[in-house]
Design a protein around this ligand. Structure first.
Ligand code: PGA
Length: 264
């Protein structure tokens, strides 16, 4: 696990976009796992900037988003389909046939739908690089606390904490969704490389438990300790409860010296 410590949101977005861009340049037909949420806005802004400068081509990239709210059609302003279109897809050249986001409008036959989402990932050769945020409760995707570490794409009931965090994005009186379709922790762990981003003090406890705590289904992101190629990119506030910050800084310095391609 590599822990990249950066000053703020802006630096996190730039660093993550740089790593994603270099993965696309190395493998133009990259299968890219994408995430939504406030933390990702800066990443997409920088990726769009690189594309507009002409230095990044997404025409052969295939994307798979982590999750979508159940009950929200793609056109709903709070759907993750809408978030992705506004922040990324409307501004870059990903072929629409290569975009996969779980369908929030399915009724019944959830298992069958989720199995087909997993099959599409397999058909694309598996996810090369998965981008993740983290919830205050340690969730990745919508894998809420007590999600099985081996879980696959499925219908998931959202925790009260997540519903509260989401309610600010919905109009007063509008109920925020209670369920979502999400990739499972087992699905995420099969990605070849994982990039988790976290900013802000509110994430600091979840970040510390994920990196330095025991592996437990009580903190879904702690399962990432089982993966061989995970990079956390976190700002000072999100890193504030880590006890080994000096060590991570030293590792970073040595990484820049010995294997700089891991950072660019
Ligand atoms: P945020 O969401 O980036 O909006 O904080 C992260 C998450 O819940 O995964």
């Amino acid at each position: 696990m590599l822990v990249i410590l950066r000053r703020d949101d802006e630096e996190i977005g730039r660093q993550a976009a740089q790593l994603i861009a270099s993965a696309v340049r190395k493998k133009p037909a990259l299968a890219l796992g994408l995430a939504t949420g406030g933390t990702m806005v800066g990443v997409y802004k920088h990726l769009v900037g690189l594309h507009k400068q002409g230095s990044l081509d997404f025409s052969r990239v295939t994307t798979f988003n982590l999750d979508e709210y159940l009950g929200l059609p793609a056109a709903h302003p709070r759907s993750f389909h809408h978030f992705m279109r506004e922040n990324f897809f409307a501004h870059v050249n990903v072929d629409s046939r290569n975009i996969h986001i779980p369908d929030g409008t399915i009724h019944g036959n959830y298992d069958q739908y989720c199995t087909s989402y997993e099959a599409a990932i397999r058909k694309a050769g598996g996810i090369d690089l998965q981008l993740l945020g983290i919830g205050r409760n340690g969730h990745i995707g919508f894998n809420e606390p007590t999600s099985s570490i081996g879980s696959r794409t499925r219908l998931k009931v959202l925790s009260r904490e997540t519903m509260d965090d989401n309610s600010k994005f919905f109009a007063p009186g509008e109920e925020s969704p209670r369920c979502a379709i999400t990739m499972g922790i087992g699905t995420i762990l099969e990605a070849r490389k994982i990039l988790l981003l976290a900013t802000g003090e509110a994430k600091s406890a979840a970040v510390a438990k994920s990196i330095e705590g025991p592996i437990t289904s009580a903190v879904s992101a702690s399962a990432l300790q089982l993966h061989a190629d995970v990079t956390f990119i976190i700002d000072d506030a999100a890193a504030s409860q880590l006890s080994q910050r000096d060590f991570y800084h030293r590792v970073l310095e040595m990484t820049a010296l010995l294997t700089p391609d891991r950072l660019s």
